[in-house]
Design a protein around this ligand. Structure first.
Ligand code: ATP
Ligand code: MG
Length: 422
């Protein structure tokens, strides 16, 4: 081997901007969010699905609409080695709709689906906003009734409550109406914003004629001046759309889910109809939306499928995990049993013991490295509920409970020790 000391060491590669390595309490909070989601979605009988992380670019450009920020500015698209344009998924819904069509999942309609995983958007990284982030996601496909919207919202509310972060989070609810209502509102918005076009942000000037609803969703202060007084959907809602919204709000009231009306709330994506909603907190600064969704009756048709009403939501795991950490919800798992191996010749015995303890459900650790004389002290410092010393007596390996609380755990351990190895 040559050792050329004059060569400088290669620079350590850095992580990609906007990505995170999550570890420690943050990683525990992240896992807690996913575990809670998994538990609650089972109560509501949502079925798990896994979709690929990348799709043909058209899956997103056709379903999200060319004028959305996600498609026009935020997608990670690239050509693969055969020259095909692929995109790392920026959201779940389009891929789920594609999977629904290509796999014939219509046979399961109405289909309640749950998934979670990473998503990719080329955004300006900041607190609560990353280029790779993660969502939990729930959708009901092939269901046109307002009860589907209610079921999804009640589930979202339960998840936030079980995460212990519901305090200070409000459900903001709006309706975008059916197609005729939305069309009439759109025309009124174009008239309204056209009058002040010169004062809007460049982006909004551009989207004015194509997609004026998006101006309501703008974060630019120049646009925000005008959004509060913009025409509201209520003036344009058809009787049918009003009835639909009335059933959603009545269902939420019946289930005990608090909501507030947010008449300028729209979703960033083109395919939404009727119900649109966000769960918002003021604890995360500008990135206060933790969960968002709505009804997207037009999406599956836009992908070339049959008319399929559907509704869904997605929530950012990082933002939820930040709230969980904020509220101090994460308590580290208690170490229940520590086994101190005081003699190396008893190592196999101790290995058998700790394997059995763990199979029996005890959270346990073994101390069997370093000087044998120091292992007992090391084990004491780990502050477990119970301490077992393993050593050699009269030539054979054995154990002794050195400390154990008078509690259910202590009794369980006592019982375990009495019966183990017999
Ligand atoms: P925002 O207005 O914050 O950009 P959005 O409307 O683009 O959100 P959705 O596409 O509805 O968000 O995604 C749902 C949720 O996913 C958001 O409420 C948020 O919690 C999370 N989310 C979206 N983009 C990011 C990101 N870049 N980094 C972290 N979380 C994100
Ligand atoms: Mg966004």
């Amino acid at each position: 081997m040559s050792s050329d000391k004059t060569k400088s060491a290669p620079a350590t590669p850095q992580a990609i901007r906007g990505t995170q390595d999550i570890f420690g309490p943050d990683a525990e909070a992240f896992a807690f969010v996913v575990e809670t989601f998994e538990r609650v979605r089972r109560l509501y009988r949502f079925r798990r699905a896994e979709m690929p992380v990348f799709e043909k670019t058209a899956v997103f450009s056709r379903s999200l609409g060319e004028t959305t920020d996600v498609v026009s500015k935020e997608m990670y698209s690239f050509e693969d080695r055969s020259g095909e344009s692929l995109t790392l998924r920026p959201e779940f819904t389009a891929g789920i709709a594609r999977a629904y069509l290509t796999n014939g999942w219509q046979q399961h309609a109405p289909l309640k689906l749950a998934t979670h995983g990473p998503l990719f958007r080329y955004e300006r990284p900041q607190k609560g906003r990353y280029r790779q982030f993660h969502q939990i996601d729930a959708e009901i496909l092939g269901a046109g009734e307002p009860q589907a919207d209610v079921e999804l919202l009640v589930m979202a509310d339960q998840i936030l409550k079980e995460l212990g972060i519901a305090e200070g989070v409000t459900l903001q609810l709006n309706t975008l109406g059916d197609a005729p209502s939305r069309e009439a509102w759109r025309a009124a918005l174009i008239d309204y914003f056209r009058a002040v076009k010169g004062e809007l942000s460049e982006d909004s000037q551009e989207r004015l004629e194509k997609n004026p609803l998006r101006i309501l969703d703008s974060k630019d202060p120049r646009d925000k001046v005008f959004t509060a007084d913009a025409p509201k959907i209520d003036a344009f809602l058809s009787q049918e759309a009003q009835d639909f919204f009335g059933k959603v709000t009545a269902g939420l009231d019946a289930a005990g889910v608090a909501w507030t009306r947010a008449p300028t709330l729209v979703r960033g994506l083109d395919y939404y109809r009727h119900t649109a909603f966000e769960f918002v907190t003021d604890r995360l600064g500008a990135q206060g939306t933790v969960l968002g969704g709505g009804r997207y009756d037009g999406l599956i048709e836009a992908l070339g499928g049959p008319h399929t009403p559907a509704v869904g939501w997605a929530a950012g795991i990082e933002r939820l995990a930040m709230l969980v950490a904020d509220y101090g919800q994460i308590v580290e798992e208690r170490l229940q049993v520590v086994v101190a191996v005081e003699d190396d010749t008893a190592l196999q015995y101790a290995t058998r013991l700790i394997a059995a303890l763990r199979r029996d459900g005890f959270v346990s650790e073994m101390v069997a490295t370093g000087s044998p004389r120091k292992r007992f002290d090391k084990a004491v410092k780990m502050n477990a509920d119970c301490l077992i010393a393993v050593g050699i007596q009269d030539g054979t390996a054995g154990m002794k409970i050195r400390s154990s609380p008078i509690s259910e755990l202590g009794e369980r351990l006592q019982k375990f020790v009495e019966t183990w190895g017999r």
